[in-house]
Design a protein around this ligand. Structure first.
Ligand code: GLV
Length: 329
C-alpha cells in the first residue's frame, strides 16, 4: 500500500471538504478549531507535506526551516499577508490562495458596509432598541446619499472592479479609483471609472473603499494626513486588512466629527478591536465576514482543497501565488 502525503488542516472546515481531502491525502484535521500557538503549529506540521491555513497562521522562514517536509501552503483566503511568499519561494514551497470564488460576495459586503455607514443603519437600530424613538423627527439620524455620489476605490483588482460595477450600474455613482496599475480603457468604459491620484481620491470621494492587498509597504495607507484630505461628509470603508488604516487617527477623526462615518470589517489587532473605535457610534463594525456566505465559504474551502490535492498528487495546483516554484511543467 502506498502511503499518502500528509497534510494538516489547521482550522475547522466543512466535513464534505475533509472527506474529499481524505480520499487522496492523510489528513490531520482540527475540527475543534483550536487556535494553535506557534509551537503547536510547528509540532503539528512535523512530517507534513501540506498545510491548509485559515488566513492567519504565519508561514515564514523560521517555520519553513523547522518544517523541512512542507511543500505546499494552501490559504483559505484571497489575501495572503500571513505568508512570507519570498521565503516560501526560496524554500521551494508552493503558496496558493482562493481568488475569484469570493469576488462577488466580498463586493456585496463592501456595499453592505457602505450603505449601513452612509445611512447610519447600526446607529438607527441601536437607537430604536434602546427605546429612544418617541416621535417622528424630521432630522432624525440623517445620513449621506449613496446614489449619485462619488465612489473612490483604492485597489482596483477583481473585488474593487466588482464594487465599482455595483456603484456605477446599480447606484449611478461616479467611480474614481487609484491602483498600482491603471485598468485598460475597455475595463474602465462600462463603469466610466476614472483613474486619479491617491490624493485626488481622498479629496473627491464621498465614499472611500479600501480593497487593496495588505503588505508592510501599504501599512497605514490611511492616516491623519489622508483623513484630513477627506470631505467631512465622507465615509471610509475597509474590507481589505486592518493594517491599512491608522485606527487611532480614525478614532480621533470620528470623535472630532471630521468624518461622517466608517465601516470596518477588518482590524489591526483582530479579533481584538481598538477600544477607541468601540466607543464611537458613527462606525459600523463587523467581524471579518467579507466572504462569509455558505456557498462562497464552501467554494473557498474546496478550491483550497483542490490546490492541495492537485499538487500533492503530482498535478498543477489551480491557483498558485508563486507559480515560479512549479516551473513550466
Ligand atoms: C479574507 O479576508 C480573504 O482574504 O479572503
Amino acid at each position: 500500500m502506498t502511503t499518502q502525503p500528509k497534510i494538516l488542516v489547521a482550522r475547522a472546515t466543512f466535513d464534505s471538504v475533509l472527506a474529499r481531502l481524505s480520499e487522496h491525502l492523510d489528513v490531520q484535521a482540527n475540527q475543534d478549531d483550536v487556535i494553535f500557538s506557534r509551537e503547536q503549529l510547528l509540532a503539528n506540521l512535523q512530517g507534513k507535506q501540506g498545510v491548509c491555513t485559515g488566513g492567519s497562521e504565519r508561514i515564514d522562514a523560521p517555520l519553513l526551516a523547522a518544517c523541512p517536509d512542507l511543500k505546499i501552503a494552501s490559504n483559505v483566503a484571497v489575501g495572503y499577508n500571513n505568508f512570507d511568499v519570498d521565503a516560501c519561494t526560496a524554500a521551494g514551497v508552493v503558496c496558493t490562495n482562493t481568488p475569484d470564488v469570493l469576488t462577488e460576495t466580498t463586493a456585496d459586503m463592501a456595499f453592505a458596509l457602505l450603505m449601513a455607514t452612509a445611512r447610519r443603519v447600526s446607529e438607527s437600530e441601536a437607537f430604536l432598541r434602546r427605546g429612544e424613538w418617541k416621535k417622528f423627527k424630521f432630522d432624525l439620524l440623517c445620513g449621506s446619499d449613496v446614489h449619485g455620489s462619488t465612489l473612490g476605490i483604492l485597489g482596483m483588482g477583481r473585488i474593487g472592479q466588482a464594487i465599482a460595477r455595483r456603484g456605477a450600474l446599480g447606484f449611478g455613482m461616479n467611480v474614481i479609483y487609484h491602483n498600482r496599475s491603471r485598468l485598460s480603457a475597455e475595463q474602465e468604459a462600462p463603469i466610466k471609472a476614472r483613474y486619479v491620484s491617491k490624493q485626488a481620491l481622498f479629496e473627491q470621494a464621498d465614499h472611500v473603499v479600501l480593497v487593496l492587498p495588505y503588505s508592510p509597504a501599504v501599512h497605514h495607507t490611511v492616516g491623519a494626513g489622508e483623513i484630513a484630505l477627506m470631505k467631512p461628509t465622507a465615509t471610509l470603508i475597509n474590507i481589505g486588512r486592518g493594517g491599512l488604516i491608522d485606527e487611532n487617527a480614525l478614532a480621533d477623526a470620528l470623535a472630532q466629527g471630521r468624518l461622517m462615518g466608517a465601516g470596518l470589517d477588518v482590524f489591526e489587532g483582530e479579533p481584538t478591536v481598538n477600544p477607541r473605535l468601540l466607543e464611537q457610534t458613527r462606525v459600523v463594525l463587523t467581524p471579518h465576514v467579507g466572504s462569509a456566505t455558505v456557498p462562497t465559504r464552501l467554494a473557498m474551502a474546496n478550491l483550497a482543497a483542490d490546490n492541495l490535492i492537485a499538487f500533492l498528487t503530482g498535478k498543477r495546483p489551480p491557483t498558485p501565488i508563486n507559480p515560479q516554484v512549479l516551473g513550466s511543467a
